[in-house]
Design a binder for this molecule. Structure first.
Ligand code: GLN
Length: 483
């Protein structure tokens, strides 16, 4: 039962073939069995989850709740009132927030059962889930390999059927890349589509919450549930909530009339592994067979995305993380000799190496003497990247691009931070532009999953979901899992 898609298991719940409590128990048992090898969770809450499922069972199946009885998990960067929220950091090891994030509230209202909080790179800084202060996550397809990051735990739990769906966050690829490396579906919605209220901020102008699922249809359902205006986030879009599941009542199974743009700078990248490139080419052929028109587009400023992103993200992080001062939240050092030492030692002991590196870098690029040379320049380049995207999307329905230049690599094999930043070469620019991106599994290379991303115009997640469904169905990658 736990290998089914949400859409399928919902039918079984409605017909009472299985109760919410039985389904939750099945997921919890699977978590207990697989967790030592996978490391997908920072904290699991079996009692809370079972109590919630039993409560739902007692009230009876409710058709108006689109996630009634569905066991899901949530990245530990999203605040939960009844569960610890650590952001993968020692500084918040024992922190339980006084409120719940908007997106998680929406899951609860929709009837979901929350199993626990997924593992992640500390404060969402990383590309492997190895920067978690607690444990590294492992790829379910080969536990010697990384899961991707920073929302690695979310991808692991969905790909290995520990949970039916998970929420992650994507600041520079953290949903799309782990989804790609673990072989599941991940959506980074348009900036503003999902409220960031209750998200422990990394880089506020880039962060966006989105769902991990095993099928594109399930992703549409999750996105419909978590999106919508929220006045507590001033960047939340005032648009009406959309029901993306309607697209699947009569799904369009071909790509006739669709124009797909291929950003030449991505496909020409020297970083691309030959096997991944081959699979991408096959996917493009499949899209052609389904009737799509393929067009090459050029986006000349993409080469600056790594430089621009790491300046902007670090700058915002240095400001956002200033709140962890040892007084208001989390870890406080023992017996400091004065106030300065209390701040310094609490932060030194609480933050990991990568977080400290970004705070230093961010503070530097924002400092009076360097602001114009670094931060301001990066912000100008960001605008040019966005314009490249807008220009390309004027001619195309959406763009199709690789997600990761290589398949999941061995844990511990990339230790140089700059080399690690290079791994994000295909994902960062999307966040700089604010546009939506859907990562779908397209097959296997080197015995590991490979994903590709569909990139659309602002608020056009619908086109991505339609095309993603058609492609994954034809490629046979819809509802992939590794048990
Ligand atoms: N790997 C990128 C970083 O470390 C992106 C992470 C993310 O999207 N949160 O910043």
């Amino acid at each position: 039962m736990i290998t089914r898609s949400i859409t399928e298991i919902k039918k079984a719940l409605a017909k009472k073939e299985i109760s919410a409590a039985e389904l939750t128990k099945a997921c919890l048992d699977h978590i207990e069995k697989t967790e030592p090898a996978l490391g997908a969770f920072i904290n699991v809450y079996p009692e809370q989850a079972l109590a919630r499922a039993k409560e739902l069972d007692e009230k009876g199946y409710d058709e108006s709740m689109p996630l009634w009885g569905i066991p899901v998990s949530v990245k530990d960067a999203l605040a939960t009132k009844t569960m610890k929220t650590t952001a993968g950091s020692k500084i918040l090891e024992n922190f339980t927030p006084p409120y719940t994030a908007f997106a998680v509230e929406q899951l609860e209202k929709a009837g979901a059962v929350i199993l626990g909080k997924n593992n992640m790179d500390e404060f969402a800084m990383g590309s492997t889930c190895e920067n978690s202060a607690f444990k590294a996550g492992s790829n379910p397809w080969n536990t010697d390999c990384v899961a991707g990051g920073s929302s690695g735990g979310s991808a692991i739990s969905v790909a290995s059927c520990q949970s039916f769906a998970s929420l992650g966050t994507d600041t520079g690829g953290s949903i799309r890349q782990p989804a790609s490396l673990c072989g599941c579906v991940g959506m980074k919605p348009t900036y503003g589509r999902v409220s960031r209220y209750g998200l422990l901020a990394y880089a506020s102008s880039l962060d966006q919450i989105g769902p991990f699922t095993r099928t594109v249809e399930d992703n549409a359902l999750m996105l419909s549930v978590i999106s919508g205006h929220d006045e507590r986030d001033s960047t939340s879009s005032p648009r009406e909530k959309e029901d993306f599941t309607k697209l699947f009542q009569n799904p369009k199974m071909d790509l006739k009339g669709v124009v797909i743009g291929l950003p030449k700078e991505f496909f020409e990248s020297k970083a691309m592994d030959a096997e991944v490139a081959k699979l991408c080419a096959q996917t493009i052929e499949e899209a052609k067979k389904l009737g799509a028109e393929i067009k090459e587009v050029s986006m000349p400023h993409l080469v600056y995305s790594i430089a621009s992103y790491y300046i902007i993200a670090s700058a915002e992080a240095s400001s956002n993380l200033a709140r962890y001062d040892g007084i208001r939240y989390g870890h406080r050092t023992n017996q400091p000799k004065d106030l300065d030492e209390l701040y310094t030692m609490s932060r030194t002991e609480g933050f990991g190496e990568e977080v400290q590196r970004r705070i230093l870098l961010g503070t530097y690029v924002l400092s009076a003497g360097y602001y114009d040379a670094y931060y301001k320049k990066a912000a100008q380049v960001r605008r040019l990247i966005r314009e490249d995207y807008e220009k390309a999307l004027k001619e195309c329905t959406f763009l199709l691009a690789p997600v990761s230049p290589i398949t999941a690599w061995k844990k511990g094999s990339v230790t140089d931070p700059l080399q690690m930043y290079q791994m994000d070469i295909f994902t960062l620019s999307l966040n700089l532009s604010g546009l939506p991106g859907l990562s779908i599994p397209v097959g296997m290379a080197n015995n590991m999953p490979v994903g590709m991303q569909l990139i659309g115009s602002a608020f056009d997640e619908a086109s991505l979901l339609c095309a993603g469904h058609s492609l994954t169905t034809h490629l046979g990658t819809n509802n992939q899992y590794k048990f």
